[in-house]
Write a protein that binds this ligand. Structure first.
Ligand code: T46
Length: 130
């Protein structure tokens, strides 16, 4: 399955820390878009789609959540709970996001501009396209 956890280097000075993200260095693609999801609630579920042509790195900046990754054969559950952890997700992976802690903030770096036509939002269609 095309996904991996990336451990970012953490620069700690005093009691606080800094993490730097650089395209083609610790982010394995050129970054065309950055978005963030906030105000998340524990009973919320998001995602439930795949992308035909998009690579992304997800970073939980505050709180924690679970990302479910599905390649049509296997399902993996990844918990994101620290800003040092980035979850790289390649093309054609069905993803679901749940178990958000109250006020969780998710940052996403994306390899392409937003394009609704490259989403697959129906699970059966996703399986057929594999
Ligand atoms: C993923 C997780 C982590 C835009 O107008 N521009 C954008 O850049 C994005 C990402 C979304 N939108 C619109 C499209 C929908 O009307 O915002 C609405 C919600 O978007 P979406 O259904 O993509 O949101 P999530 O949170 O279910 O999923 C998103 C990403 O799409 C997805 O690839 O991995 O965040």
């Amino acid at each position: 399955m095309e996904f991996k956890l990336i451990k970012f280097d953490n620069i700690t000075e005093g009691r606080s820390s800094l993490i730097s993200l650089e395209e083609m260095k610790n982010i394995p693609f050129k970054i065309k878009r950055v978005y963030y999801i906030y105000g998340l609630k524990p009973d919320e579920e998001r995602g439930k789609h795949a992308h035909k042509n998009l690579e992304q790195v997800l970073i939980c900046l505050h709180g924690s959540c679970t990302i479910i990754l599905d390649n049509g054969k296997n399902r993996k559950f990844v918990d994101l709970s620290h800003p040092c952890d980035g979850l790289y997700i390649g093309r054609n992976i069905w993803r679901e996001m749940k178990n958000f802690t109250e006020g969780c903030v998710l940052l996403v770096l994306a390899s392409e501009y937003y394009d609704e036509s490259e989403y697959i939002r129906d699970y059966d269609e996703f399986l057929k396209a594999l």
